[in-house]
Write a protein that binds this ligand. Structure first.
Ligand code: PLP
Length: 406
């Protein structure tokens, strides 16, 4: 019997060592500890940006970024129709109105031409999403932002070290948001980061995420630096309304250990994706996400269009079952287009702010390309930490395809 290959543990670096150091430290919070600071500085160096602000998820980062951008009640925020719900909910947390632009059917990323069509006098921001690791076409998006004076927040939760025309994704928009949720390139369970070159945005993101403490600065997340000042009863602490979106020091320490190995972590996903792409060239019904020339995809997952119903008469669900039955891993579908989720269809947002939302409705047909493509998408797993395991799974897919081809 060949030895079963297992996916190695996610902590192959300094995670345990750093966690012990946090346990030994006086502060387990970003308000006084040094691990958030260390993680942020590591991001600053890795991305070559001026500021990084760590928060506790890739949703709190989006919300804080929108607030920092000045997005407020009744403003409109344009995002993609192929993404998770969080771009929508973060927009609603800012009391703004989600607007959806359609996608390119081959790259699955937001279509700049449709963004421009959706702009109104209320539009304040655009959230282009790097879906499955591929950055959107950022040049026209930044052009539109300039023309209409909009803030661009790159949602790079699924995208680490991808590039667009030689530029690192995350350094093109006015801010970029990252997530350290369990499945992401870097994980610490839950966590997130905003990077930006704009001091005002960085300071505001920190305040929104940190109870609005007035002594939070673009490059300083600790608030108890001067005890004489901080303990004085006359000291006034708050000059903004904020939330508590702070990242615990434990999470920051684990995320830092992961960031130290980010090149290797990304490379593993890219190599795994390539193995599957090669196998998929054996058939005409698994069409990988197009990576246009000048782009590098960091392959959070391998997104594919499944055309098997038409080509081989096998339903999406049945192809997935076949692959799993032969030893393959689960295949994820794409998340529903956000505006067709029950929360949006049932208009749960209206009660939050009836003056703003009572006339807002979303219906099928709003983004026809996304609605057509979404049910066909398959996401193949790429987070193999032993390339032999990826090879084994790609080989299983190869055998499934070969059997069908016979
Ligand atoms: C594209 C995208 N945006 C935002 C998020 C939200 O991140 P989090 O789960 O850390 O809140 C995720 C992750 O789930 C995501 O994939």
């Amino acid at each position: 019997m060949p030895k079963e290959i297992k996916n190695p543990s996610k902590y192959l670096g300094n995670e345990l060592k750093y966690l012990e150091m946090v346990l030994q430290a006086e502060s387990w919070s970003a308000t006084g500890g040094s691990w958030n600071q260390a993680l942020e500085q590591a991001f600053v160096r890795k991305f070559g940006v001026r500021y990084a602000v760590a928060l506790n998820s890739g949703t709190s980062t989006l919300h804080a970024a929108l607030e920092a951008a000045g997005v407020g009640p009744g403003d409109e925020v344009i995002s993609s129709a192929i993404t998770v719900i969080m771009d929508t909910t973060a927009t609603i947390h800012a009391n703004a109105v989600p607007v959806y632009a359609d996608i390119d059917p081959q790259t699955f990323t937001i279509d700049p031409k449709d963004i421009e069509k959706k702009i109104t006098s209320r539009t304040k921001a655009i959230i282009p999403v790097s879906i499955y690791g591929l950055p959107p076409d950022m040049d026209p998006i930044m052009g539109i932002a300039k023309k209409y004076n909009l803030v661009v927040i790159e949602d790079n939760a699924q995208c680490f070290l991808s590039t667009y025309k030689g530029k690192l994704a995350g350094t093109i928009g006015h801010m970029a948001s990252y997530s350290f949720e369990n499945t992401k390139h870097i994980s610490c369970g839950e966590g997130g980061m905003i990077i930006t070159n704009n001091e005002k945005y960085a300071e505001m993101v920190r305040k929104i995420g940190g109870h609005g403490f007035k002594n939070l600065k673009a490059d300083e997340g600790r608030i108890r630096l001067n005890q004489d000042v901080f303990q004085n009863p006359n000291y006034k602490r708050h000059d903004e309304i904020g939330w508590n979106y702070r990242l615990p020091e434990f999470n920051a320490a684990v995320a830092l250990a992961q960031l130290e190995r980010i090149d290797e972590l990304v490379e593993m996903r890219v190599k795994s994706a390539r193995l599957f792409i090669e196998v998929m060239s054996e058939c005409d019904y698994l069409i990988p996400q197009k990576v246009p020339q000048g782009y590098i995809n960091s392959y959070y997952t391998l997104g594919v269009i499944y055309e098997g119903e038409k080509s081989i008469g096998i339903k999406w669900e049945d192809f997935r079952k076949k692959y799993i039955k032969n030893g393959g891993d689960g295949i994820y579908g794409a998340w529903s287009v956000p505006y067709l989720e029950p929360v949006m269809i049932e208009r749960k947002y209206v009660r939050r702010y009836p003056e703003i939302y009572s006339d807002i409705n979303y219906e099928k047909g709003l983004c026809p390309v996304a609605e057509y493509v979404q049910p066909k998408i398959m996401q193949f797993k790429t987070n193999y930490r032993d390339i032999k395991l990826a090879e084994e799974k790609a080989n299983i897919l190869y055998n499934v395809i070969k059997k069908i081809n016979k």
